[in-house]
Design a protein around this ligand. Structure first.
Ligand SMILES: Nc1ncnc2c1ncn2[C@@H]1O[C@H](COP(=O)(O)OP(=O)(O)OP(=O)(O)O)[C@@H](O)[C@H]1O
Ligand SMILES: [Mg+2]
Length: 152
């Protein structure tokens, strides 16, 4: 995706804040899907958006706020040229080494429940991904997805 497309004018936007209860992963997914429906995405495009969003929100729930409950801040902007920009932010534990965390199969989970593929899924199901984090302060993931316009 071109850099200029990632900085397009905001045509519509949505902001939701949800506490990190597991049930809110599905609620976030549904809300974002409803917002994106205005672009008339294909089932595949919408599936990609929901999947990527879900991985980011799940990370905030299970990693950022592992032993506590905190707020997850989700902003979805609809940009020019049918670009969806999703920002998922938490004020949790943060990531020491983002480059390492983005590596496929890397996980800090010791219970064997996680596969370390979340960031890889986010990256492959979207057109661009930005991750910024500060240890002890929190993490922000920004995902861009271009919806190919089509006639109804
Ligand atoms: N929001 C976050 N806050 C703190 N740490 C995070 C956050 N997101 C990811 N991480 C760290 O990055 C690692 C890699 O994340 P990723 O989503 O790729 O894998 P995973 O969550 O461990 O496994 P999976 O997503 O496949 O269930 C995590 O194990 C965790 O240590
Ligand atoms: Mg994950």
């Amino acid at each position: 995706m071109k850099r200029s497309e990632m900085k397009g004018r905001v045509l519509n936007s949505m902001y939701i804040v949800l506490p990190s209860y597991s049930v809110n992963e599905g609620i976030a997914r549904g809300a974002v899907a409803a917002f994106c429906a205005q672009l008339n995405p294909t089932a595949s495009e919408l599936g990609d958006i929901k999947c990527a969003l879900s991985e980011a929100v799940t990370n905030s729930i299970v990693h950022a706020y592992r032993d506590t409950i905190g707020d997850i801040y989700i902003t979805v902007d609809l940009l020019e040229n049918s670009v969806v920009k999703m920002k998922i932010k938490d004020k949790g534990c943060g990531i020491d080494d983002v480059k390492c965390a983005r590596t496929p199969l890397y996980t800090t989970d010791r219970a064997g429940e996680r596969s370390g593929m979340g960031f890889t899924v986010m990256e492959s199901f979207t057109d661009a991904m930005r991750v910024t984090s500060k240890s002890g302060k929190g993490t922000t993931v920004v995902l861009y997805k271009k919806i190919v316009s089509r006639n109804i």
